[in-house]
Design a protein around this ligand. Structure first.
Ligand code: OSB
Ligand code: MG
Length: 369
């Protein structure tokens, strides 16, 4: 039984080690919300991926905090559930806001797995003890800087390089990278920066033998992606557009793409992520685990989800030390030769660095029934 006795909300601001530029803007730090659920002497923890401004999808940090305090936590505090799925059902009537709901659901899974003394990945049905990872590289100043960044990460053993692109910065970095590295697994991510009017320009990318082109069109579109896919050879990979297993089923049935970037928070938590995974598998479409520049808590959740069998392409869950001088957890999460070990031990297998969190926290509060 899953008894929820108390909750803690914390917010920490973490400076990024690099400037991360995408088609929707430049990030130099992350504001990381954490949720801890307490029950029966055990605690489970999750990390939110919504940002202050709704640039990636529509959710915001302020909206998520308000929902946690006023709507979601009052539904679960002081209550007992049979398992994390039943707890999530208590939030099932609420529409959208999947990243906010995922904070509750993911903390419940960690709590549950710790109570059962099992690694989260095993409970989800995963079998791997390490997962293949690549890197997502932000937009660089020019071609030379792009090739330099690619070289550094290829040398570290990352198994796939993803370049962020935008209109006016697409074929040039891809061509330069492909000329320097004819054989690497290469992809691009447009974060919804194009429209169907750019079809010809996107078709020019077909010649570079990329594994997929990620989210070229609108964040809430499926239909135009299907039209675009009909004009391209390179498979499209959907990220922003997939918020549920139903979205995945619709996208794959109309041919809107052939690959899914599966982010556990974007789809509302582990149970829904597993359903997306299963739908994709039934369609013969590979999935891979995306990232949102997570701290150690979100990163550990991602690694555990990635142990499921249809995660057959390298994820974005690269080494924590790439991102942070000091992480919010005590354990290192470091890939070796492009393989990220799955933290063993119960739950997500990592523990909060409470001293560090307290020293940089912008908010800490406790909620009780
Ligand atoms: O589109 O996958 C994306 C980061 C923030 C928001 C959206 C995306 C990303 C990344 C970075 O690509 C992945 C990572 O290194 O965590
Ligand atoms: Mg993406």
């Amino acid at each position: 039984m899953l008894r929820i006795e108390a909750a803690e909300i914390m917010i920490v601001r973490l400076p990024l080690k690099f400037r991360f530029e995408t088609s929707f803007g430049v990030q130099t730090a992350r504001t990381v919300p954490l949720l801890v659920l307490h029950g029966d002497g055990v605690q489970g923890v999750s990390e939110g991926t919504m940002e202050v401004a709704p640039m990636y999808r529509e959710e915001t940090l302020a909206g998520a905090l308000d929902l946690l305090r006023e709507v979601f936590l009052p539904r679960i505090l002081g209550k007992t559930f049979a398992n994390p799925e039943e707890l999530n059902d208590a939030l099932g009537a609420f529409r959208g806001n999947r990243m906010a709901r995922a904070m509750v659901e993911m903390a419940a899974w960690d709590l549950w797995a710790r109570m059962l003394n099992a690694p989260l990945g095993t409970l989800l049905g995963g079998r791997k003890t390490q997962v293949e990872v690549g890197v997502s590289l932000g937009i660089q100043a020019d071609e030379a800087a792009t090739v330099d960044a690619v070289r550094r990460h290829v040398e570290q053993g990352y198994r796939r390089i993803k370049l962020k692109i935008k209109p006016g910065w697409d074929e040039a970095p891809v061509r330069a990278t492909r000329e320097a590295f004819p054989d690497i697994r290469l992809t691009v991510d447009a974060n919804s920066a194009y429209t169907l009017a750019d079809s010809v320009r996107l078709r020019a990318l077909d010649q570079y033998k990329m594994t997929y082109i990620e989210q070229p069109l609108a964040w809430d579109d499926l239909v135009d992606h299907a039209t675009l896919q009909g004009r391209l050879q390179t498979p499209l990979c959907l990220d922003e557009s997939i918020a549920s297993a139903a979205d995945a089923r619709k996208a794959l049935s109309i041919g809107a793409g052939g690959v899914i970037n599966l982010k556990v928070a974007r789809v509302g938590g582990h149970a829904e992520a597993r359903r997306v995974h299963d739908v994709a598998q039934a369609f013969g479409a590979p999935v891979w685990c995306g990232g949102m520049l997570e701290g150690g808590v979100g990163r550990a959740h991602n690694i555990h989800l990635s142990t499921l069998p249809n995660f057959t392409l390298p994820g974005d869950t690269s080494s924590a030390s790439r991102y942070w001088e000091t992480d919010i957890i005590n354990e290192p999460l470091e890939a070796v030769d492009g393989l990220m070990p799955v933290p063993q031990g119960p739950g997500i297998g990592v523990t909060l660095n409470r001293d560090f969190i307290e020293s940089v926290a912008e908010l800490t509060e406790e909620r009780r029934p």
